[in-house]
Design a protein around this ligand. Structure first.
Ligand SMILES: Cc1cc2nc3c(=O)[nH]c(=O)nc-3n(C[C@H](O)[C@H](O)[C@H](O)COP(=O)(O)O)c2cc1C
Length: 328
């Protein structure tokens, strides 16, 4: 897949996930075969005031390129200024979020609310295209409310405005994450535009990635929740898209070692306090399937320090080894 002059091969992309897709997670996705990674959404409005927290969200790791920085906002000029800042900070691509349905975002007329205001969405795309040299993407949902072909009509309009790629998460804004994603919307967007289309939603395995690609003709597959505690999925998806058998998922022992490395990366990046808070959820995802996972999860959620979390990972490793011996 070519996004402007950016070659994304194999066409496997890590989804933007606010609160999850931080530098450490993106780096891990990259190391495991995601060819392009997205940041979670960053507020154009907050960037204007350059708060330390939002400024930190613009900081990119040298090893995570190519990386797409996603911005959101309601005012085309503000979003264009944010995109320019993202470009200046080294983003290889910028994306406008037109899919977030969180009340705080849509009440401000941003995110998925733009799907109900195509004139503003188009003006925003034009303003950003004029402001940056890097390629611009948009990430859409099926539409604002279930009533027609919002994504298809908007995709055509945005293509006319000069965007380089469209990612589609085919659920309506008011569905949030409920129900099955309707992949036929991805297929219809793909048929309607010449720019590449990235499919997002419901890919939890390599087989599902292949199915999405076959059913929709999408140029690339984006994986979000399927990568939580399971970054190995990217290499598996890349293999099946290239017609090869997927590498096996590593054994629990290696998954625990990966969790420990992820913990170290996050603590180094965010410091011990926020690092521990951030890693609680990741560790429970890595440990799914380990003997006694539920009790471990409770202990992880109460752990306050990095050594405590490490001790719990060791305990998980021992429980796994014990179970393996028991099986012999
Ligand atoms: C916790 C979470 C945070 C998300 N944050 C964003 C975001 O910041 N920007 C965005 O465009 N989509 C966001 N999404 C949507 C995902 O990028 C993706 O389109 C959706 O989860 C469907 O794909 P999946 O089934 O592979 O997870 C988020 C999803 C989740 C679960």
């Amino acid at each position: 897949m070519l996004i402007g002059s950016l070659s994304i091969d194999p066409p496997v992309v890590a989804a933007p996930m606010s609160g999850i897709s931080d530098r450490s997670f993106r780096l891990i996705c990259k190391e495991h075969g995601a060819r392009l990674v997205y940041t979670g959404l960053v507020s154009a409005n907050a960037l204007r005031y350059r708060s330390a927290k939002t400024d930190d969200m613009l900081e990119l790791h040298p090893d995570e390129h190519p990386v797409c920085l996603q911005v959101f906002g309601a005012d085309p000029e503000l979003v264009a200024a944010a995109a320019s800042l993202a470009e200046a900070r080294g983003a290889d691509m910028v994306d406008i979020n037109m899919g977030c349905s969180v009340p705080k975002v849509v009440k401000g007329a941003a995110g998925a609310a733009l799907m109900a205001d195509p004139a503003r969405a188009e003006a925003m795309a034009r303003a950003v295209v004029a402001a940056v040299k890097v390629p611009l993407g948009v990430k859409l949902r099926s539409g604002w409310r279930e009533r027609g072909e919002d994504a298809v009509a908007l995709a055509r309009r945005l293509e006319g405005a000069g965007i380089s790629v469209i990612a589609v998460h085919p659920r309506w804004a008011d569905q949030r994450f409920r129900g099955q994603p309707d992949w036929s919307v991805i297929a219809r967007v793909k048929d309607a535009v010449a720019v590449p289309v990235i499919g997002s939603g419901g890919v939890r395995s390599a087989a599902e990635a292949l199915q999405m690609r076959r059913q929709t003709g999408c140029d690339a597959v984006m994986v979000g929740r399927g990568a939580l505690g399971n970054p190995w999925i990217f290499r598996q998806v890349a293999a099946v898209l290239a017609g090869k058998p997927p590498p096996p998922r590593p054994r629990m022992e290696q998954r625990i070692a990966m969790a420990a490395r992820h913990l170290a990366l996050v603590v180094e990046d965010k410091g011990p306090k926020s690092g521990v808070l951030q890693m609680r959820k990741h560790l429970t995802w890595y440990l799914r399937g380990v003997p006694g996972a539920r009790a471990l999860r409770e202990r992880i959620n109460r752990a306050a320090t990095e050594p405590e979390l490490r001790a719990l990972l060791d305990a998980a490793g021992e429980a796994e080894a014990g179970a393996l011996v028991g099986h012999r």
